[in-house]
Design a protein around this ligand. Sequence first.
Ligand code: GLA
Length: 730
Amino acid sequence: MSITFDKSTDIFQLNTKTTSYLIGIADGKYVGHIYYGKKLDNCQGGYALLRTEERPFVPSANMRDKAGFADGFPYEYSTAGVGDYRESCLSVRTPQGHRVCELAYLGYEIFDGKRELPGLPSTFEIVGAPAQTLEITCKDAALGLTAVQSYSVFEDSDAVVRSVRLINEGQQPLYIERALSACLDMDDESFEMLTLTGSWARERHITRCPVTYGKHAVSSVRGCSSHQEHPFAALVTPGTTQDAGEVYAMHFVYSGNFLALCQKSQHDSVRMVMGIHPEGFEWVLKPQDSFQTPEVVCVYSDQGLGKMTRTLHDLYRGHLIRSPYLHKKRPVLINNWEATYFDFDSDKLVEIAKDAREAGIEMLVMDDGWFGKRNLDDNSLGDWTVNEEKLPGGLPALVERVKAEGLSFGIWFEPEMVSPDSDLFRAHPDWAIQVPGRAPTQSRAQYVLDLSRPEVVDYVYGCVAKILRSADISYVKWDMNRQFTDLGSAFLPPERQGELPHRYILGVYELQERLVTEFPELLLENCAGGGGRFDPGMLYYSPQIWCSDDTDAVERLAIQEGTALLYPLSCMGAHVSACPNHIVGRGTPFETRGHVALGGTFGYELDITKLSAEEKEKVTKQIGLYHRYNHLIREGVYYRIASWRENHLYDCWEVAAEDGGEAAVTYVQVLASPNSRSRKIRLKGLDEKAVYRLEGTEKIFAGQMLMYGGVLIEPQEGDYVSQVLHFVRV
Ligand code: GLA
């Protein structure tokens, strides 16, 4: 890792373990992108890639064609209004109503370490893996606006993380209409754009399309990062596979509205930008005020998607997730949502706890329906008082009973919401996000609380903390079940209404920061109607996030494949549920449901009291597998071997120990096919020189043979059948 500036060539060079990122200063004024790719020892001649020798020339030499220059220059941070007609990162309105901004290079600083981003989640250095940061300062003198573009690299990572700080050093307020976080201007290489898209209950499916002239975007204006489109985009060269091809990826460390856009220009250059979605966004920057954009993680891989995946997994495990649970085995939990929905009481929960303990489950999580008068989803959000009709003696009594059965206790909250039918809404209707004079749109019969308002943040925190202080609670599932409409805050003045979506997310971050500070031992799992706010921002607060409300083992294959493209398996909330599955009605073998859930955090979401003795035995067996493999799943190196989305027959992934000492391969035969032969699977990440035994058998394989020859998987009878093969070095 190193960051250098070569004065003689005006080039900054950021080196990660295997990549280099080069930035040049053209004409002493324009900060431009030169190169991102394989690590370079020598960047002589690189300056030419700024294309300053091409027509039209750099403006100081030729002001006549400045617009032509601006529309082709590879900017590190593009601005609107002076002739760059491509997607801009920064757009600023003056009190006079003008929208022109141009940043000129002022200076730089290179320092050891990395600054925190105030109020925002961000990557950090750790002992043994320090960071280095480059800050490039630019200014628009006419606006009095300074922009500090920050780039950090880490000793043990191939990622470059970026953000921008805007400071109003002028005399008048400025209105920031867009402030994206990162821009990457490159030449087109027939790129394809890879994104994650979906919907409720089918989140983060991998999507790929060619980049042609014009703009291609994924985004959210839903108030959260969303089920529908993920704050991630990658440009990949044609034919990129898990192991080959070039990948330029951006991933946003943010949980609210976002834009990730690729644009192919008239000159066959491609620009990729990422940041807070400009739609509905405006930030008032008073003199001396500053605005910090969230962070973007950039990854380049010359070895396909697999290397990108592993770079992100390692970065998030090493430099983003802070929870003390990160490297700990999480308790195997049982959640009562699909078991009972709202229809439960203490006795029912204790009954579940009893059978759960016998099977080896370690924690009971009480889901929605324990507070106010909530027996349906249309009331009581905001009234966080225990319903003593359901839970006589309140939480302390229930928690003690559950603990007496030998389980720890977890609880569900949806703190950011308010039901119209709640004491909170009756007392403070102005605490809900809405526009006076309009009947606000409801979704799941609820409104969103205005977390831009400090007293609301305090109220919400007070409610959650009071419950957590009242009993021995080890885990919280923090849910968020509706997206934004009717954006209006009774708290913010008219000119600051455009700040609401971002201030809301800052409120969410503040709440969770307070929570993990007061309750450092708490295991926090984020959730948003399933996986509607599964993003790197939330990982800063919780080591795991509920992946999807769809717990069907087959649907989960695509969801977990897409999620694991970016996220370590240790943060993907995954449970075994009952069949027929509550979302799709499909029946799958109990074993397969276990093998798929083992690819995530692992737990149960069913009424264990209704399982047969045989099924209960299977639960115990699965928990045995969890204890056997969890260290691998949590800490290991992930390889995607085959995708059922692509081949329509089978799915396969592997997790290998970092030193290649063992590997677990999960193989799911989704559909049986007639007259088929054994399928050959090649393993990855093993020790070539070692010899391995397939656990449970006497079979011995050379590491080289497994990696380059492969192992045969026999066809099984029936659909949706699965197996885990565990190879251990002998
Ligand atoms: C959301 C969650 C579910 C469950 C329900 C409760 O849909 O994703 O797991 O907690 O809310 O209302």
